[in-house]
Structures are given as structure tokens and as C-alpha cells.
Design a protein around this ligand. Sequence first.
Ligand code: GLA
Ligand code: ZN
Length: 698
Amino acid sequence: MTAPARRGLASLTHRPACRPGGHPGGHPGGHPGGRRVLYGADYNPEQWPRATWREDVALMREAHVNLVTVGVFSWSVLEPAPGEYAFGWLDEVLDLLHENGVSVDLATPSASPPPWLAALHPRTSSVDARGVRMSVGSRNHFCPSAPEYREAALRAATALVERYAGHPALALWHVGNEFGQECFCDLCAAALRRWLVARYGDVDALNDAWGTAFWSQRYRSFDEVVPPRAVPYLHNPAQHVDWRRFSSDQLRSLYREQAAVLRAGSDAPVTTNFMGFFGGVDQHSWAADLDVVSDDHYGDPQDPASPARSALTHDLTRGVGGGEPWLLMEQAAGAVNWRPHNVPKTTAQMLQDSLRAVAHGADGVCYFQWRQSTAGSESFHSALLPHAGPDTHLHRAVREQGRLLAGLGDVVGTRVPARAALVVDWPAMWAGELPARPSDRLRVVEQLEAYHRPLWRAGIATDVVASDAELDAYDLVVVPSLPLVSDAAAASIASVPQRGGVLLVGPFSGVQDPTTRVRTGLFPGPWTDVLGVAGEEWRPLPDAGVTVRSATYGDHVARVWSERLTARGAEVLATYDDGDLAGSPALTRRVLPGGGQAWYVSTVPDPGVLERVLLDCAAAAGVHGPLPLVPDGVEVAQRGDLVFLLNHASDERAVELAAHARDLLGARVTDGVLRLPPGGAAVVAGARAGDPVATPPG
Ligand code: GLA
Ligand code: ZN
């Protein structure tokens, strides 16, 4: 059976030309048609009087805003009393937006049920691991298993699709918001048991998978199983990981039933907004249920690693969507309000952040939120339109950004040419976050960042994919940290060097099966043969680290982690110089008969060394960035035929390009040299000899 085709973003980004008063659903003022980058924000008109709405749409128009998300938190206004819907205000808002050329991403309101629901049915509110039921007065307090909540949420979604499916402003559906919570109530416990019955069939299989012989945890029947509620000491790790899988599936079923109602009544694509690596849901397992993959991303403007981290998250979002264009649903224009100390972005960072998302495959960049709230918990969170009004530094930059994005139609719908992949799975991240492991310093996401960063610095396009993804399109496959892996996924990863590709595996990978049971024998169990190494002992390092000797990469200090290893067919590129581990390999490479390569890193090398290792792997795989020479401090990325350049340095940087290169943002390229001021950005057509400069026909 083939999966149904995704509806995708094209219905929003590719528009037929429309005469004034033209085709049904067309914008009354007419527009020239063509491709457009989506630009906008969450819009919460229910927080404002009507007069403000008119000002909003006029300002949106000036700012080239073309998509807003409406209704995410409007349940108590939309359904002021059980079963009584108040649509008048929303009709008016959607009409106004449409008249002003702004499309709508209409949200189902299920993220924040109104107080009446909890008053009528207290069990619709979630319960934490200590048994405390959440109160109303914030948001996200719902229990995903409570039938009264599910029914009310579905009824609201049904009412919305019945009313607005045919509205010309409607372009996209947004189910709930940032799914990722857990609920430990009795209803969720019952749902967990049903989920476990479906997964394991009988209780003996569950006992085996969870290793319940340990600490006398053996269950006589599924009825005795509970969520990982408060316990005196450590939780069973297999129970924890299954609980996270269940919680993700439970939210997915909630998403799915709303999405099904929306799809049945409307042709518009359906999405929900993920939260990068923060999310509690296994995005890979959700991917097929989304027409468009969307992500919320709030990089910390004062973190120098933020550009690299953001790029990694974007590569994840694109990977989840199988390389299709995705939507940056939320970011901040300035500061957030949920860090203890909220340093705002500069307006240069604001533009760079948006362009980075586009460079990494986004066809739209949106914000939280359009107009800064004056009441409620987020009145100190930035917005596209600040308290101080439109005539401000920030809002002028917002308008200018809209103008620049409007000139980037050429990029829309194009793919990021990724031939490198980084592998990670949510269950591996969930297991990796548990206590009582050899070290809490070898963190899955930090290892991903460490291995991604050199590729990002070189401008090498990299997809972040699941271990069971189709890997044939990738010449370089990097597994920085994957403690849990199934036999099937391990075999598929092992086949990369066997078919001539390059595989790089990081420490403490492949050591557990998907139930968290440790694989016995030499490690990394499923990959010892292909890597040509045999490990017998994990040895987290003292704070000072250990000296590593390498003729290839120079002597350096490695930290956090080491392993007692022998090479069995691999060439040793670096060895530990520690008394006990002296001579044990820290870095190995096995060249396979067909020319493929399999590299293994058994420690956390010095970042400079790791960078050279990654670049050597990339070179061996024939994978490189778009430009041979990029000055230090300049971020580079390729999408389609366009090359994106972002200057993070504090002074001007000159980038050498082909003579006919042209910056779509308007900077002058003189004799093939582009001068980027500090904080500057360019989107270059014809960057390399042979690259097209103009819009291709069609
Ligand atoms: C999330 C939510 C928004 C808002 C922002 C603030 O992304 O989806 O509703 O709370 O955070 O940063
Ligand atoms: Zn519950």
C-alpha cells in the first residue's frame, strides 16, 4: 500500500495569477501569481477590539505579511458555553484578512480548553507524575485520554471545518499547538495498558521486554501496570521509554482524529507545530500524518552556537518531512520571555535567522506573534508589532524583511541537495536522558551538535533522519550517538560502507536494543564487523580528559568518554595514551574492499580534531559545500541553485563568487566579489560558474 500523497505547501506558495475579482478564492485586489515565501505570525485578534483589527490588516499588508495563524488559543471565545459557538468575530477577521491578501492558517483550539470544560468534567484536566491534577488558568492542561475532552475538541474542529472549509482566506489547518505533554491519570493508565497489550500481546512478553525480573517488578497481568508515576528511586528504563512512545502515540491519535475531520471536509493541507529537539513526541513517527511539517524554533540570541544549533534543528525538520519544503511556524522577532534573562535578537539576527530557515528548506517564516499582547503571561514576549507601535526600529525591520522575502520566490519549492545524513531517533534521546547511565555528559543532542557543526561550517547540506530511514541517497552517513537501535536499522546503517559510502559512528552507539536491553558481547554489537573494531569496556574520563596520540590528527586531549577497544580489521588513526588504556584505539577507519569506509570514534575528541575527521569523511564520500572558499565567520548553505551567505563576523567579509553572480537581496557583486557587512546576508544566484542567474522558465 502506498502512502497517500502529502498535500504539501504548494497550494499556499504557488499561486495562479488572479485578476481583481478574479477566480473564486482569489484575492479581491488581484495579484500577479507565481511563487511566494510565506511570511507572518500567530494572530490573536480575540485579545483586541475591532478597531485594532483594521489597523492590523493594514500594517500586515505594508509588511508583506501573507499568512497568519488564527485561533490557537481561542476556544473560550469561540465556544463561550458548551456547544454554543460564537463565529461572528472569526467570520469578520477571516474576511478582513482575505480582503487584505493575507491567507489563514486556521487552528483547532484544543491546546487550551475553556474553564467550563474542567468545571463540568474535572477528569479532562491532566495529572502529573505525583498525582496532582492541573488547574485551569494557564494552558495545555488537558488529558489526551479523557473522552469528554476528546469529544469537545473534535466537535470544535468539526464546527470550524464546516464553517470555514470554503472560506477563501483558508490556506492551512493547524491542529492544536506544540504537542508534547504527558498525563499520568487513571484514564491514561488504562490507555497505556491497551497500548501495551497491542505491542506485546501477553504479559510474559512485556515482562521480558521490560526486564522485570530485576528489582521484583514482575507483573501478573497488564492490569497491574501503571505509568511511571512518582517512585522512591529509579524508574525501569524500558518502562520509561515505552511510556514516552505511548505518550507520543496518544497525542498522535488526538492529532489524527482532528486531522481526519479537517481532511474530510476541506482540501487545505494539515499541520501541527513541532518543537525541534525539545518536543515530547517522536516526530519521525508522526511525519506521515502531516501534510506539511512545521516547527517552532527559538534560538538564544546571546548563544554564539545558536546559528549552528538552529541549522541542525532545521535539518531535523526537513529530514522529518522527507526533504519537502517545511514551515517555520514560530520564532521570536526580538526577545522571548521564558528564559530567566531575555536578550533580544538584533534586527540583523532576525533576518539572518529567517534566511537560515529558508536556506535549510523552509518555504515560510512565521513568528509568535503579530501584535505584542498587553495582558496575560506573554506581554513581555516580542512580536512583529511591538507595544511601541509601527514607527519603531523593530517594526521597520519587520517590514523590510517582508520586502526582501517577497523577492525570494525563486527559492520556493526547491530542495536542499543533501548527500550527507545524521542519524537520530527519539527513543534513543529518551533513553539517553535517563539517570543511572555511565555518564550524563555524553548527551545525544550535544553529540549531534558536535558532529553536525563541522558539516554546517563547511556548508555541507545534511539531513537529520531516523535510523530506519531510506539511506540510499546519502554518500555520508553519520551516527553521532545512538544508544538504542533495532537490528534492522543497524543492518541498514551497516550497508552504507558496503555499497561504497562512508559511515562514521560515534561512541556508545548500538549498545542497546529498542527495549533498552543491553546487547552482550563485544560492542558496538551490530557494527563490530563493519567497523572492524571490538569494544569491551566503557570508561567515562576524569575531568582532565586523556591525551590521544595521532600521527594523522596530532596529539590532543579528548574528554568525557573513552572505551577499551581493539582493532579487528580497522586501521588505527589515534590511540589513548593513558596508563590503563594505553594503545587502545580512540579513532579507527576501515576501508572496505569496494572502497566504502567505516569510521569509529570512541571518545569525545577535541572539537578541532573532530572537525578534521568529519571533513575527511566528507571528502572521502565526495561531499562538499557549495563554495570552495568561504571566509571565516560566514555561514554558507545551498538550496536549489541559490547560495545563502550570512556574515556573523564583526567586520566586513569578502566572498569570491563567479563573475555573473547576483544577490537577490540587492547587494552589489563587483567583479565576482560580494562584500558582506557585519550582520549582513545575501542570497546569491549564479554563485558558481554554471549556476543559473535568472528564474528558470515555468
Ligand atoms: C510557543 C507557543 C506560543 C508562545 C511561544 C512563546 O512556541 O506555541 O504560543 O507561547 O512559545 O515563545
Ligand atoms: Zn490523562
